[in-house]
Design a protein around this ligand. Structure first.
Ligand code: GZL
Length: 334
């Protein structure tokens, strides 16, 4: 896999300028009528991964609300977690001659062809949430989203806190996100980096995708528990799978958060509720409220200033342990 950080910095400014020069030439503002400010309204074509989790629902709401607030005409499609649906949606936006295309790629590979079609049509592309693997940095202007590898490292450090004072071997089950998705690949990588560097006593004895859904987490955790009677920790790549896993842990007669410690990622409302009950021990936040940052980037790109944007517009996020959950809940925005 191309190292995300080194790739993102290499020659980005040059490539972004190249995209925008091409766009300006081939795609004079395909805006619709004037917006409230009297300037021509921008049309944004957005392809969403799906509606698989509480995180995704919050992300969709953020994108829709931010587009409305920004006076941007949003064309929105839900791909139901299928890459072919996202590719079809992007092609439809190209045919409709939207001003800007944005999407959260369900998996990292398989995008070059359709992104080259967008480039040829002079339509700039902004990634949100998840990244893609490509050898051509000119195929998108910027990524608005989190650093998933750091999230994996943060999860390992939160597990260190949860296990404070624990002696002896720690047997870990891992619920992976969607196979091939950037957050799944990179959260596993970050967690493994800390585990291998600092914790020879930790062993991942089971690891399988639950596809970021509650049903997936419940089903896979039940299988883990059938195969392993000695799981000490669950590391779940998102709260929805952790919440599903909690049901299976309880069905097996064990106490989540006590018999099996749980560290999760996202920080959605139901994750915080489970944490306030002591069922989840720690959560690494992954901020879904990317809408405002995305709309700012859309306006910058549409104004021909995309080369002023960083190659990666990172989101800010925190880490929480169970003792902080109840106090944090009332102010949670998603
Ligand atoms: C992360 C996002 C992931 C969330 C899951 O930015 O892509 O997808 O962690 C969601 O909850 O399904």
């Amino acid at each position: 896999m191309i190292d995300r950080r080194s790739f993102l910095t290499a020659g980005a400014a040059v490539s972004a300028a190249g995209i925008l020069a091409a766009c300006a030439k081939k795609n004079p503002a395909k805006s619709t009528g004037p917006d409230s400010s009297g300037s021509k309204q921008i049309t944004l074509g957005f392809s969403q991964v799906g509606s698989e989790s509480g995180w995704r629902a919050a992300n969709t709401q953020s994108v829709k609300e931010a587009a409305k607030a920004a006076g941007i005409n949003l064309k929105f499609s839900d791909a139901q977690q299928k890459q072919e649906n996202q590719i079809s949606a992007i092609r439809s936006y190209i045919a409709q001659k939207v001003d800007v295309i944005s999407f959260s790629p369900v998996v990292v590979t398989g995008w070059d062809t359709v992104l080259k079609e967008a480039k040829a049509a002079g339509i700039p592309v902004i990634l949100t949430d998840r990244s893609v693997e490509t050898s051509d940095p000119s195929l998108y202007v910027t990524l608005v989203g989190s650093d998933f590898e750091i999230e994996g490292e943060r999860a390992a450090h939160m597990l260190e806190k949860v296990l404070a004072g624990h002696k002896g071997p720690v047997k870990i089950a891992q619920l992976e996100g969607t196979t091939g998705a950037a957050p799944a690949i990179e959260r596993a990588k970050g967690f493994g980096k800390i585990m291998h560097a600092s914790h020879p006593e930790w062993t991942i004895i089971a690891s399988q995708t639950g596809d970021f859904t509650r049903a997936g987490g419940k089903q896979v955790m039940a299988a883990f528990l059938q195969a392993h009677s000695d799981i000490d920790v669950l590391f779940s790549h998102n709260d929805d799978m952790a919440i599903g896993a909690i049901q299976s842990i309880q069905a097996a007669g064990k106490t989540p958060g006590t018999d099996i410690k749980i560290v999760s990622v996202d920080g959605v409302h139901d994750g915080f509720v489970a944490m306030s009950k002591g069922q989840i021990n720690a959560i690494v936040e992954c901020n879904p409220l990317l809408g405002p940052q995305l709309m700012d980037a859309v306006k910058t790109v549409h104004a021909g200033k995309g080369s002023t944007l960083p190659r990666w517009i990172k989101t800010k996020e925190g880490d929480y342990t169970a003792d902080q959950a109840a106090a944090a809940l009332p102010s949670r925005k998603y």
